[in-house]
Design a binder for this molecule. Structure first.
Ligand code: ZN
Ligand code: ZN
Length: 211
């Protein structure tokens, strides 16, 4: 999959579960649309009051209202897709769904594969993630999964779990890293002694107890 630069699309998540449903409902409406092919798409120039006795104007007003509603739903779906990419811009991705496991990981693998003292991540459903540009290079950093990085600038973008339907996104690679805030610190048994975080977040010496 990484060689094609695309991970399969299947599921959904928190802000997006609702939005995925919206997207499906929009598709259904379009499939079941029983309006005649000649249905006028042009909004009637009469944008003021509508005379209820004039069925044609009512027809246009309802049509306009419905189009606006569907347009709003589509825009909402687009907004929840989060974009990110590497430093040089060669590799880009987008992800939707609900973020989980938002964490600052202090494990030695994160440190050694990035050169940073710790790495902030958030998990998303694999089905909601895809590379949209470029081809990342991947390597298995452990038996848990593979890390995908830009072969041009080295930016580590995604960790893909082998046996779970999840990908971890490196928060630093998001176009807007403020969109997601870590909720804890994990693998602190490997935390560098000169890292003194005052974030008051829960800390776990290894992974979270529920994992
Ligand atoms: Zn790059
Ligand atoms: Zn780690």
């Amino acid at each position: 999959m990484p060689s094609r630069g695309i991970l399969g699309r299947q599921g959904g998540s928190r802000p997006t579960l609702l939005l995925a449903a919206d997207r499906r409902s929009v598709g259904r409406r379009e499939q079941n649309d029983s309006r005649p092919a000649s249905w006028p798409w042009r909004v009637h120039p009469c944008s003021g009051s509508v005379d209820p006795s004039n069925s044609k104007l009512v027809f246009h007003a309802l049509r306009s209202s419905r189009l606006a509603t569907e347009r709003t739903i589509r825009q909402a779906v687009e907004v929840v897709m989060i974009q990110g990419g590497c430093f040089c811009g060669a590799v880009r991705y987008e992800v939707g769904g609900t973020a989980t496991h938002e964490t600052n990981c202090h494990c030695s693998i994160c440190r050694r594969t990035t050169g940073a003292p710790f790495v902030s991540w958030a998990s998303f459903p694999k089905s909601e993630f895809r590379f949209t540009q470029g081809k990342p290079t991947a390597f298995a950093s452990s038996e848990t999964g593979t890390r995908h990085f830009c072969p041009g600038c080295g930016c580590q973008l995604v960790f893909v779990y082998d046996s779970e339907p999840l990908v971890d996104i490196s928060l630093g690679s998001l176009d807007d890293p403020t969109q997601i805030t870590p909720k804890d610190n994990t693998q602190t048994s490997s935390q560098l002694p000169w890292i003194k975080l005052a974030d008051a977040l829960p800390s776990f010496s290894e992974g979270r107890p529920d994992e």
